[in-house]
Structure formats: C-alpha cells, structure tokens
Design a protein around this ligand. Structure first.
Ligand code: BEZ
Length: 257
C-alpha cells in the first residue's frame, strides 16, 4: 500500500515503517484477493505501484515474476529494500516507465493519489500493449464512519472540518476514467469488507489520519483523536473484540488497448 503525491505528503502523511507494520500490518495480509486476480507468472515483469514496505511484493515474487516496487515514501522503500525487493522512490503521479511491464499491480495505494488522470497516464505508458492493470483500493463510502467521527470531533472542539479527501470513486466513475485512458475494463467491482483493526481505532488514526489533522497543533490533534476514538466506541466488533472499520474495496482488472 502507499504511493503518495506531494500534496498528500504536504498534508502531513509521513510513514514510519515500524508503526506501519504494527498498526497497518493487516493491509498486505488482506491483499490475497487482488493478488489472485493478478495471477503473476514466472518471468513476467510486474510494477508494484505503491509497494509500501514490500510485504506483498515479496509474496508476488514467489510466483517467479520479477517485481519492481515504487512508492513515494523513502521510509517505506527502505523497508521494502531491506526485504530484498527491487524498489525505488517514485511518485505515482509521475511514473517514468515506457512499455516495460506485463502488469501494473496496486494494493491500497491509489486512494492516496489525488490526481487519478496523471496516475492512469503513467500506468498506461508503463504497460506493454495488452498488459494488465490490477488494483484494489478504497471505493465510494470507504471508512466513512471513521472520517465522519474525526470531522465531528474537529467541529466539536472548535476547529471546523478538514478539507482533505481521499480518492474513493464509484465503480462506474472509475470504469469511465479507465476507458478514457485507453483501457479495456475486464472486471470492476465494489465490495464492503468490514476490517478488524488490530490496534483499535487509536492505532488506525495514528498511522493513517494525519492528513485530516495536520493543520492542528500537536495538543489539538491528540484531543481530536481521543474524541474520535470515544465517538467510535460502539463500532461493531469481531469475535476477538477488535473493532471493525467500514472498509469498501474497489477491485479492477483492465488491459491496455
Ligand atoms: C484504505 O486502505 O482503504 C485506507 C487506508 C488509509 C486511509 C484511508 C483509506
């Protein structure tokens, strides 16, 4: 997960590989469905767009495909390299590849990239003709309950709502965009996926919520986070008592024409 545009980084999202592994280790673990959709093959060259700390890249490489990872976070690219992934720092809005890949793969990263047209231009250019683009990311309504709680907590404490928005399109809107960029859409679907948060709502906010809070001083950020955690105390829970976040996944398989 996780290639970020400069706007997002300016919005305060900094990644710490250790915190990420603890609070967001479930992200690559839940990448099974999109990995199966990719169906990587021996000898294929595959770009992992937003490879994060490389956990999923290493699993894809077990197929015998050659994986190249890119991520906008130097911290996470270092973590991926430490796992043996061939990875480099690159903004997903400014991919520099030319007809080099059999597939472009992306898990839980595209919602961080605020200009999807620039991303799709780069993905198309990176693919060989007929190459596939396989991705999963947040769809319309993703984590709406958590976002609403943070916004309500901000307003309750006199800060007003944050203007930040992740990119969570509907399937129809994203399919149109893919076609406009010269892709043939073979599969596109949205699926609710209630997701257990192993370190609770507090852990999720710690690792992901910076863009919604970065305009506030540190003390106000902590107050708003605590208020949001309290508002979300009644989230449904799994059998182990972990709160379930209202994730919605948008999954895509498209081919470069
Ligand atoms: C997601 O994977 O859906 C997600 C992660 C962090 C912030 C927003 C969405």
């Amino acid at each position: 997960m996780s290639a970020f545009d400069t706007a997002t980084m300016a919005a305060g999202q900094q990644w710490n590989a250790q915190d990420y592994a603890i609070d967001a280790g479930f992200v690559p673990l839940l990448g099974g469905a999109v990995s199966r959709l990719l169906d990587p093959r021996t000898g294929e060259r595959i770009l992992d767009l937003g490879c994060g700390d490389g956990v999923l890249s290493t699993e894809l490489a077990l197929s015998g495909a050659r994986i190249h990872g890119v991520d906008a976070s130097p911290e996470l690219v270092n973590a991926a390299r430490a796992r043996g992934v061939d990875a480099q720092v690159m903004d997903g809005h400014a991919l520099t590849f030319n007809a080099e890949f059999d597939a472009v793969f992306s898990n839980a990263a595209l919602h961080w990239m605020g200009n999807p047209d620039r991303v799709l231009e780069g993905v198309r250019r990176a693919l060989r003709p007929g190459g596939r683009f396989v991705a999963e990311f947040g769809g319309h309504g993703n984590v709406a309950t958590i976002i609403a709680a943070v916004q309500a907590a901000r307003v309750a404490h006199g800060h007003g709502a944050s203007a930040f928005q992740w990119y969570f399109p509907t399937a129809d809107a994203y399919a149109d965009r893919l076609r406009q960029h010269g892709f043939q859409v073979q599969l596109i679907e949205t699926t609710p996926r209630p997701t257990a948060l192993p370190t609770g709502v507090a852990g999720w906010l710690r690792v992901f919520a910076a863009p919604l809070l970065d305009d506030l001083p540190a003390a106000a950020r902590a107050t708003v986070r605590e208020a949001a955690v309290a508002l979300l105390d009644d989230l449904p829970r799994d059998a182990a008592g972990q709160p379930l976040a209202d994730y919605v996944r948008l999954r895509v398989l498209a081919r470069r024409r």
